[in-house]
Structure formats: structure tokens, C-alpha cells
Design a protein around this ligand. Structure first.
Ligand SMILES: Nc1ncnc2c1ncn2[C@@H]1O[C@H](COP(=O)(O)OP(=O)(O)OP(=O)(O)O)[C@@H](O)[C@H]1O
Ligand SMILES: O=P(O)(O)OC[C@H]1O[C@H](OP(=O)(O)OP(=O)(O)O)[C@H](O)[C@@H]1O
Ligand SMILES: [Mg+2]
Length: 289
């Protein structure tokens, strides 16, 4: 770690704690960034690259990026929307997925967000909530809170809440149900309007895209009689197209192809049924296509 921040080095804000903290550090490590956060320090220099990592609160990252204090950041798209920040989303990571929803007690007679007109709503997302209500011609008294929002109806502070829902277990534990969903969100990489070093920013995006793609796909390799190749290519069309190599027995060939992880087992069954042999799945850690 260096003692001070340099003025022309790319600054990336990542969550210092909370559920996105480890996730962000893992993604950057897999993209080949080597850094060490020492003694709860607030920033770390990346070895061999002109990048400084700044450890920040997840919900401050959109604003700090828009203001130019940092150039890029890892945060939730819900927080970008709440801050109404002037930033560009460079990547969706496909993780940290959650929804923002209006919720009411299980036995509530209220059936839509529009019916919340004149009621009290507790939330950590007052801006998104106010915008949504305005679009639905409703006006409510918003109680803005930092957390533990689900308990606010029992505490008598609110008639309804707007909060993040992932598995729904917090809602169930508090006997609440979803009334209406405002939107779906996930972890994103954002970039501010005046980036200090766009070349390094683009290079980082390319690296992270390789990591994200490698998480979604496996490499599948198999041998197949040449006569069955057209059929096999229908089962495994590949990301671009499969790589086909000759085998010593000219009636056979070997195929290498990328397959979505969740589809590998079924693809293997189908390949076997048309006569493929020596079918292997290999995990990809990183790629550049
Ligand atoms: N079940 C979930 N609850 C809350 N946020 C979630 C959930 N799943 C994914 N997220 C994402 O994580 C973000 C919150 O990240 P943060 O780093 O603040 O973690 P946290 O664990 O909620 O921290 P804190 O202890 O400060 O509440 C949300 O804005 C959202 O994008
Ligand atoms: O649908 P679920 O899987 O139950 O997840 C949603 C809950 O998790 C988050 O709370 P968090 O753990 O961040 O606590 P907080 O209220 O203190 O932020 C969020 O605010 C919801 O309460
Ligand atoms: Mg939280």
C-alpha cells in the first residue's frame, strides 16, 4: 500500500464491507489484479498496473464515481438508481441479484402500490420509491431508514415498506408479502464521466469480461465420427463456432467447444447418444474471445 493517492492513476472504488466486498475482491483477483489491503487501510495500489483501489461504503460508490473522486466502482445497480448518479454501467456481473419491492403484511387488504396513497412507507430507497409512486399518481409519507426496514410495520412506524428481496426469507420471517416489484438489480461495474485513464479502464473491462464469461461456460471436448459432425454441431454450436481437429483415424475427429455450465450434463447425454466418445468437461478460469 502506498502512503498517498496519485492524481493520474485509475481509481476504482470497491465495497469495504458487506456482502459485495468479498465478491468484488474475488472478481478483481481473478482478473489478475494483485493487491493487499493492509490494516483496514482505505486504499491499496495494484501491483504492475496503474490502478489504485479505494475501499468505500457500497452506497457511496455511485455518487463518488459521478463526482470524479473515483473513476470506476463496483456496487449494486439499485444504489446507482437511488443516487440517480451520472455514471455509465460498463458491466453486469450476473451476481448479487435482488429485487426492490413494495411489501405489506400478509393479511393486508391493500392490493397495489397506487393504494398506498396517503399511507406511511419505510425504506432505505426514498428516491426510487418517490419516483415510482409519482409515476403511479400516489403520494405517501416516506420514512427514510438505513436498515432493519422489515420490522418497521410491527414498530408502528409504517403501513408498508420498500426493501430489497433476495430469497424472501426476511419477508417470511416478518410475515410480509410482496405487493409490487419496482425492479430487478445486480452487481455492476460503473464508470464516471471524467475517467483519469480510459485505456486502463477498457483493459480492466476486457479482463473482467473474460472472468465473467469463464464463470458461465465450460470447455467440452469429445471425439465423434466425421459422419455425425453436423448433428454434433447442432448440439454444441459453441460461443462462436466449435474447433474441429483431425484424429489419426480419418473417420473420426475431435471437437472442442464452449458450453453453458448449466447445460453440460444434458449436452453430454445427447452427444453420447449420437455416438460421441471420450467426452470431457474442463473448467475455464479465464478467457479472452
Ligand atoms: N439479500 C440482499 N439484501 C441486500 N442487498 C443485496 C442482497 N442481495 C444482493 N444485494 C446487493 O448488495 C447491496 C448491498 O451491499 P452492501 O455491501 O451494503 O452489503 P450489506 O451486507 O447489505 O451491508 P450492510 O451490513 O451495511 O447492510 C445491495 O444494494 C444490493 O445491490
Ligand atoms: O430476501 P432475503 O434473502 O431475506 O434478503 C433480503 C434482506 O437482506 C438485506 O438485509 P441485510 O442483511 O443487508 O440487513 P440490513 O437490513 O441491516 O441492511 C435486505 O435489506 C433485506 O432485509
Ligand atoms: Mg444491507
Amino acid at each position: 500500500m502506498s502512503a498517498s493517492l496519485s492524481t493520474d492513476t485509475l481509481r476504482i472504488g470497491i465495497p469495504s464491507k458487506g456482502r459485495l466486498s468479498e465478491l468484488a475482491e474475488d472478481l478483481l483477483s481473478q482478473a489478475g489484479l494483485r493487491f493487499r489491503r493492509q490494516n483496514r487501510g482505505l486504499f491499496a495500489r495494484v501491483a504492475g498496473l496503474p490502478i489504485d483501489l479505494i475501499f468505500l461504503r457500497t452506497d457511496d460508490i455511485p455518487t463518488l464515481c459521478a463526482e470524479g473522486a473515483i473513476d470506476m466502482g463496483v456496487t449494486g445497480s439499485d444504489l446507482v438508481e437511488e443516487a440517480d448518479a451520472d455514471v455509465t454501467t460498463r458491466m453486469n456481473f450476473g451476481v448479487g441479484r435482488c429485487r426492490l419491492a413494495f411489501c405489506v403484511p400478509d393479511d393486508s387488504p391493500i392490493r397495489s402500490a397506487a393504494e398506498l396513497d396517503g399511507k406511511r412507507i419505510a425504506t432505505s430507497f426514498p428516491a426510487v420509491t418517490a419516483r415510482y409512486l409519482a409515476q403511479h399518481d400516489a403520494k405517501a409519507h416516506l420514512v427514510s431508514l438505513a436498515g432493519s426496514v422489515e420490522v418497521m410495520i410491527q414498530l408502528g412506524v409504517a403501513d408498508a415498506i420498500v426493501d430489497l428481496v433476495e430469497t424472501g426469507s426476511t419477508l417470511a420471517a416478518n410475515r410480509l408479502k410482496i405487493l409490487e416489484e419496482i425492479g430487478a438489480y445486480e452487481t455492476v461495474l460503473i464508470q464516471g464521466p471524467r475517467c483519469r485513464d480510459t485505456d486502463t479502464a477498457d483493459r480492466l473491462v476486457a479482463r473482467l469480461e473474460g472472468v465473467v464469461l469463464a464463470r458461465d461456460y465450460s470447455m467440452v471436448e469429445y471425439n465423434i465420427p466425421r459422419s455425425k459432425l453436423p448433428e454434433a454441431e447442432k448440439i454444441t454450436p459453441g460461443y462462436n463456432s466449435p474447433t474441429v481437429n483431425s484424429l489419426e483415424d480419418s473417420d473420426w475427429c475431435s471437437v472442442q467447444v464452449m458450453v453453458r455450465r448449466g447445460e453440460v450434463a444434458e449436452v453430454m447425454d445427447r452427444l453420447k447418444s449420437i455416438g460421441a466418445s471420450a467426452i470431457f468437461e474442463m473448467l475455464i478460469h479465464n478467457c479472452r474471445l
